[in-house]
Design a protein around this ligand. Structure first.
Ligand code: PHE
Length: 345
């Protein structure tokens, strides 16, 4: 190749580099390899250096360097253009478009009832306590003054995990009060919400699992009048401000005297309806004065202290409040059913 050709080739390359344009990364890379690659056109150009006569070497060197620098600068420039191209206005999200909203869930009706009941008892100074669902015989039965031959201990009523020594699924929330008294001295004022289990055939009206909320107040001079007033305040705040309560004598091994409490029907306001079976009253809970044996079993001096306790099943009253006809619906968690309770209680 003669000198003129080498110079022309160099100028040609310079022009090609100057004119190169693309908006495509792959093409840019092709360009880089073709010109600046280890066997690229710039390298080949420098290889011609030795055949350039001495007096023109300087001039040739300048052009060759210019080709190299222009190619490098060109690549840098296109690269930054391509990188910032994603920020062009057309790619900015439409800020006026409606937001993607996450649908709100709803609370389970049993939770709605429990939360509200807890709120009412908290307002009266009761603390919330939780404990285990797998219990021993002592806390579920014996400490609570339940005789060895009591029918509730029966296999037909209680789910035993193990028989000797007995380990079982708690049949009520009362063992929570026994455990709490073992660890604490009066004054004690607690409610214990939670799940309980009974060996029942599942049907529209009964289930082998349900919820209760237990209440316990132990102190000096706690009387039946305190129990009555507590239940009345609870009923009026929970259902409506003009409900009345009716206390009927009953029996539980752990309370003496024992009673069951009714409230005026919250569906018909005591006018008579299928929920209250036209009696005007709906039963809501069992209660009584804590039997002195229970206090002693749990390490509390029954000569100094007295107490009252109550236990309320949640499902039945919740079903009456909402007109739910089948208890199984409460355990199936079908969202079409649950969605209906998004309004709260
Ligand atoms: N534990 C009783 C039940 O499950 C309810 C209750 C609790 C009654 C406390 C009196 C006192 O039926």
């Amino acid at each position: 190749m003669d000198n003129t050709n080498i110079f022309e080739l160099a100028k040609d390359l310079l022009q090609q580099v100057e004119e190169f344009a693309t908006n495509n990364t792959a093409e840019l890379e092709k360009f880089r390899i073709a010109y600046l690659g280890s066997n690229g056109k710039v390298k080949q150009l420098f290889e011609q250096f030795k055949s350039v006569p001495n007096e023109r070497k300087k001039e040739f060197g300048q052009i060759a360097n210019q080709v190299k620098q222009t190619a490098e600068a060109k690549i840098e420039q296109i690269k930054t253009q391509l990188e910032t191209a994603t920020d062009t206005p057309t790619d900015i999200p439409d800020l006026t478009a409606p937001a993607l909203t996450q649908p709100l869930g709803s609370r389970h009706p049993v939770s709605l009832f429990l939360r509200r009941a807890i709120d009412v008892f908290r307002g009266m100074g009761f603390a919330v306590v939780a404990d285990r669902e797998i219990e021993d015989d002592w806390h579920n039965f014996t400490a609570l003054n339940t005789p060895d031959d009591h029918p509730s201990r029966d296999m037909q009523d209680t789910f035993y995990i193990q028989t000797n020594p007995a380990v079982l699924l708690r049949t009520h929330t009362s063992p929570v009060q026994a455990r709490h008294m073992e660890k604490n001295q009066p004054p004690i004022r607690i409610v214990a919400p939670g799940r309980v289990y009974r060996n029942e055939t599942v049907s529209a009206r009964s289930h082998c699992q349900f919820h209760q909320i237990e209440g316990l107040y132990v102190g000096e001079n706690v009387s039946l009048a305190d129990l009555k007033q507590t239940l009345l305040v609870f009923a009026r705040q929970m259902f409506s401000k003009d409900v009345e309560i009716c206390l009927r004598p009953s029996f539980f091994p752990f309370t003496e005297p024992s009673l069951e409490a009714d409230v005026t029907c919250f569906i018909c306001q005591a006018k008579g309806c299928p929920v209250c079976k036209y009696s005007g009253w709906v039963e809501i809970l069992g209660a009584g004065m804590v039997d002195p044996n229970v206090l002693e079993n749990c390490g509390i001096d029954s000569k100094k202290y007295t107490g009252f306790a109550f236990g309320m099943g949640i499902e039945r009253t919740t079903m009456q409040l909402y007109g739910i006809k089948d208890i199984r619906l409460l355990f199936e968690n079908d969202v079409r059913f649950l969605r209906q309770f998004s309004g709260g209680l």
